[in-house]
Design a protein around this ligand. Structure first.
Ligand SMILES: Cc1cc2nc3c(=O)[nH]c(=O)nc-3n(C[C@H](O)[C@H](O)[C@H](O)COP(=O)(O)O)c2cc1C
Length: 222
């Protein structure tokens, strides 16, 4: 039986590895297949933000630990059946990997978080590693590409690169949490951004409470 089309999830070296963990958990809970590409630099941010060293040779074990971890640092906050899930991992330097080619069937790609270096590389079509190549392929194949950029403030150069990506068909989605959804924990803020990424990709989820309009005072229903 052939595999369902996966989502390619690219994790680059911007701060925000909890965003990636939340997106990955939600994709797996939604029964989506995932192809994971973790840039070399993101291993540093992952180590800094979680204490987890990501090893290609032991990727499933490291992914399990990462996805179990809550944004507040609780080691076993989530029960994620990584072993039973349809996840493939491709090494960042493997330019012969499936997502390097447009003929490799995928639903699209989510870059969470996206560094400004990654944004530049994709906007300029550098394809310096598998993550950037897979993103360029996603654009040329006219598949959905969501770019959750994380940097502040933004210089003009990055802004121009983001406009290039928008014009090429990507959804540029700054990793900027909102506070109207009733957040009380860090995880709520993380899940809001992750939920907006999945909204842009059209993947159902229950990561945050949606705005339904003001229903206060005389305007409320009887
Ligand atoms: C702890 C840490 C945090 C970083 N945070 C960001 C960030 O939020 N945004 C960003 O654009 N780059 C950030 N960087 C820099 C990127 O990691 C660097 O530009 C790297 O070259 C990105 O490579 P990649 O896009 O191939 O992953 C950070 C680096 C470190 C070590």
């Amino acid at each position: 039986m052939s595999r369902r089309r996966p989502w390619v999830v690219g994790v680059s070296g911007a701060s925000g590895t909890p965003y990636a963990a939340s997106v990955l958990r939600a994709l797996l809970h939604a029964g989506e297949a995932v192809d994971l590409v973790i840039s070399r630099s993101s291993r540093l941010t992952l180590l800094d933000e979680t204490g987890i060293g990501f090893r290609d040779a032991h990727w499933r074990e490291d992914l399990r630990r990462w996805l179990a971890r809550g944004a507040d640092g609780t080691p076993d906050a989530f029960d994620v059946p990584v072993d039973a899930a349809d996840v493939r991992h491709w090494a960042a330097g493997d330019l012969a990997a499936g997502p390097s080619s447009g003929s490799y069937a995928v639903k699209g790609m989510l870059i969470v978080p996206a560094s400004t270096a990654c944004v530049a590389g994709v906007a300029l079509g550098l394809s310096k590693d598998l993550l950037q190549r897979a993103a360029s392929v996603t654009l040329k194949e006219r598949r959905p590409l969501v770019v959750a950029v994380r940097e502040t403030p933004l210089n003009g150069q990055t802004l121009r690169h983001l406009v290039t990506l928008d014009e090429a068909g990507a959804v540029v989605l700054p990793a900027s949490p909102a506070f109207y959804a009733g957040a009380t924990h860090i995880q709520d803020l993380v899940d809001f951004v992750a939920g907006r990424v999945l909204d842009a990709a059209g993947v159902p989820h229950k990561l945050y409470r949606r705005w339904e309009g003001e229903l206060g005072g005389d305007r409320g229903p009887d």
